[in-house]
Write a protein that binds this ligand. Sequence first.
Ligand code: GLC
Ligand code: CA
Length: 559
Amino acid sequence: MSDNITASAQRPAWWRHGVIYQLYVRSFADANGDGIGDLNGIAARLDHIAGLGVDGVWLNPCYPSPNRDGGYDVADYTVIDERYGGMPAFEALRDAAHARGLKLLMDLVPNHCSSQHAWFRRAVAAGPGSDERARFIFRDGRGPGGSQPPNNWRSTFGGPAWTRLTAPDGEPEQWYLHSFDASQPDFNWANPQVADMFDEVLRTWFDRGVDGFRIDVAYAMVKHPDLPDLDDPAGDNPYLWNQPGVHEIFRRWRALADGYGRELALVGEVWLPPAEAADYIRPGELHQVFNFDLLQQSFDAREFRTSITDCVDALKHAEGVPAWTLNSHDVHRAVTRYGLTDPEPLNTADANALRTRARGAVDVQLGIKRARAALLLMLALPGAAYLYQGEELGLPEVQDLPDDARQDPIWERSGGTEHGRDGSRVPLPWRADAPNFGFTLATQNEADHATAPTTTPPWLPQPAWFADYCVDRQDADPESVLAFYRRALGERRHLDPDAPLVWLEIQREDAIAFRRGQYVCATVFDGPPIDAPAEWGQAVISSGTPGGTTTTTWYRADS
Ligand code: GLC
Ligand code: CA
């Protein structure tokens, strides 16, 4: 066997180290001018994504949906919504992505569907005690006339986790469980029909060539069978999250995926401390699990080091890898999190939101500097990495959306006390001088864009200050955040995916450094520049001034 063959046979699967670009479909690019992003828009701008140097994309849900929760209320799991271009647009995007060597991941939402899903409509119609209702979690109410919810659980979005149905004759009837919005009834995973249905969904999309799934709230599907009351309804809900039985589902899906003989990937959304999250990537379970611990830390050397250590240590019994991330459609953008100078108190029922969606005054330049440093640090970690569209532009969170434009159900369900997640979902700015900042592709020939007639406004309004962040301006500037992302992702290609992380003791409280193979990654969070020892080699890329304050630098010793 030649060395070449040996080397390629040992090449780790793409998902062990790949970088995935998360596409919030409604907000990336709008090809047909209705103000809503779509798959043809993505296909038209695929060069932007491929040009970053990522390995694949993950599409947020783009299935038919009443869109009460950004498409996480799925009415049909098996097709693409016409608003996003339907199946022809999906096929074209899949082929265009694969032609550029990009993997395509879809979003799977197995904990709940939309109240408009055929199964839930049938369940409502069929009445109490029916087989149709047994696919969901229906219960009689408590108290006189069943007027109280079956237990005291709270929805993640605020308010009770139960909603009562009204019969056609106006009589109140049973209650159904929804961990999120009332338009998102939870499935009953104790019913084998539910598992069978999702097997079919997985097969449908694998057969169509997708390369994997991001699995929504992957730790919620199995509930404690007794649905017990909580001692503290405002606290954590151990009867809903991380029930041991949920792992059975992932073993089943892993076996199904392995049956394809392609390199497919299943990545779980699991908001748990690293040690518990690691259980989801034990042998025979998921390939990746998001590490959300890191993005909940302040920009602080000790917090980052502890979080990374916890995650890396937790992997001892794992076979899969952590999926590192600093941004998503659910949290405030990193620039804003790291640049907050004066956070306002936040009123939320969701503990995970506390550290990720604080509002207040922001020092944007500081936020950008820190976000660049954090990104370069994250890209040095072992495992996969996920980027969220717009972070490559250094976009801050849009905190100043008009209240009447807000769409996130959190805003309404919290009684207007929590602003929710719309501020990271504002349509991207592409061209400073074009209508809708080029989010809407006015013609096939984008060069005509500047002269195109006014188009439908985007589904969330773009602030005027987006002009400064447009892709066209950053393209021309070697110092831009966009140029930095391209360089960083390019350099990451030379990292040995299998090299372990080894901490270097540099005797500083305000800086950290670790080795990965030939590279050393050092971050100065605060304090004086770092004095890099000669054995680290040359600085090869830096988020700012090599070795400087609030900067990450990679050094490489060429042996
Ligand atoms: C996940 C999604 C979030 C959604 C929720 C309910 O956390 O990322 O956007 O609202 O699940 O589906
Ligand atoms: Ca559109």
